[in-house]
Ligand binder design. Structure first.
Ligand SMILES: N[C@@H](CCC[C@H](N)C(=O)O)C(=O)O
Length: 292
C-alpha cells in the first residue's frame, strides 16, 4: 500500500468547488478514475472538479503558451473528463497562485485548454479582505441553428453559446421548471454538440439582472458555472437587443447562481469579462492511495 502523502487544497468560486493539486513539474499521474475518487463527496475529498497546477513548460498541451503564461490550469470535471475551460476555476486557480506566493496583485496570464486567459488580481482590502479577481474570458461564439433542451415532457428553445466550452442557454419563467436536474437534460440536435454540453436555465430578476441554474457536462448540477454565467450574459444581452460590437459601448449584467453572484460585461471588441469571488478554504495532505 502506498502511504505517500500528496498536498492538496480545497477552494470554491461562488460555491463551484475544486480540489487543487499543486504539481508544478507535471509528474503526477492523474487518471480519470483518480479524479472521480478525489471528487467523490463521501469516499474522497469532494468537489465539482480538480484544478491541477502545472508549469506550462512542463505540460505538452500548454508548452506553446509557456512564453506568455507561466502556469497551466489542468481542469478536470468530477467524472474525470477533461474540459477546455472553467471560469470559476480560473479565479480559484489564481487565488491559489497568490496564496502560494506565485502571483501578486496586478495582471497575469493563465494557460488553459481554450487558450490564454488574462486575469486582474486586485489588492487585498485594508481589512485583509481578498482582492477582487476579474477574468478576461475571451469572445463568445454564437453558432447559428435552432437548439432544443428537454427535461421529461418539457421543452425549451435554447441559444448555442461557446465560451471555449459548449453551452445551451434557455429562458424559463421559473428556475424550478427544470425540476431536480438529477440527469443531464436532452439537447437536440445532438450534432450541435459533438463533445457534449453544459445546460443553463435562466430567469429574469430585473433590468440587466438574471438568475440561473446549470447542469454541467461531467459534473451534474452545480451551484455555479463561470463559463455558463458568461454564456447566459451574452445570450440574455442579445435577447434584450444589446450588442456591444454594434452599439459601441459595453453592457454589464448581474448573474445570480445558487452559490452567489457574478458580474459580467461584454465589450465593444466582443471580449467578455467576469468578476466574482474566489476563496481557498482548506489545505492538507491526501493519501496517494486515493489516486490509485
Ligand atoms: N464550472 C465551470 C465549467 C467546468 C467545465 C464544464 N463542466 C465543461 O465540461 O465544459 C466554470 O465555472 O466555467
Amino acid at each position: 500500500m502506498n502511504s505517500t502523502r500528496i498536498a492538496f487544497l480545497k477552494g470554491h468560486g461562488t460555491e463551484n468547488d475544486f480540489v487543487i493539486i499543486p504539481d508544478y513539474e507535471g509528474g503526477l499521474e492523474l487518471s480519470p478514475a483518480a479524479v472521480a475518487r478525489l471528487c467523490d463527496r463521501r469516499a474522497g475529498i469532494g468537489a465539482d472538479g480538480v484544478l491541477r497546477v502545472v508549469r506550462s513548460a512542463a505540460h505538452p498541451e500548454a508548452r506553446a503558451m509557456a512564453g506568455e503564461a507561466e502556469w497551466f490550469m489542468d481542469y478536470r470535471n468530477s467524472d474525470g473528463s477533461i474540459a477546455e475551460m472553467c471560469g470559476n476555476g480560473v479565479r480559484v486557480f489564481v487565488r491559489y497562485l497568490e496564496r502560494a506566493g506565485l502571483a501578486g496583485a496586478g495582471d497575469l496570464a493563465v494557460a488553459t485548454r481554450a487558450g490564454i486567459r488574462r486575469v486582474h488580481l486586485g489588492k487585498p482590502g485594508p481589512d485583509g479582505a481578498p482582492g477582487e479577481i476579474t477574468v478576461g474570458m475571451g469572445r463568445a461564439l454564437l453558432p447559428a441553428g435552432e437548439v432544443t433542451v428537454s427535461v421529461g415532457e418539457r421543452n425549451w428553445p435554447a441559444r448555442n453559446v461557446n465560451m471555449g466550452n459548449p453551452h445551451a442557454v434557455c429562458f424559463v419563467d421559473d428556475l424550478a421548471e427544470a425540476g431536480k436536474l438529477l440527469d443531464a437534460p436532452a439537447v437536440s440536435p445532438a450534432s450541435a454538440y459533438p463533445e457534449g454540453v453544459n445546460v443553463e436555465f435562466v430567469a429574469d430578476r430585473g433590468p440587466r439582472h438574471v438568475a440561473m441554474r446549470v447542469h454541467e457536462r461531467g459534473s451534474g448540477e452545480t451551484r455555479s458555472c463561470g463559463t455558463g454565467a458568461c454564456a447566459v450574459m451574452v445570450a440574455t444581452a442579445r435577447r434584450d437587443g444589446h450588442d456591444p460590437a454594434r452599439d459601441g459601448h459595453p453592457v454589464t449584467y448581474t448573474v445570480d447562481v445558487p452559490g452567489g453572484r457574478l458580474v459580467i460585461s461584454e465589450n465593444p471588441d466582443g471580449t467578455v469579462e467576469m468578476t466574482a469571488p474566489a476563496v481557498i478554504v482548506a489545505e492538507g495532505l491526501l493519501d496517494a492511495s486515493l489516486l490509485g
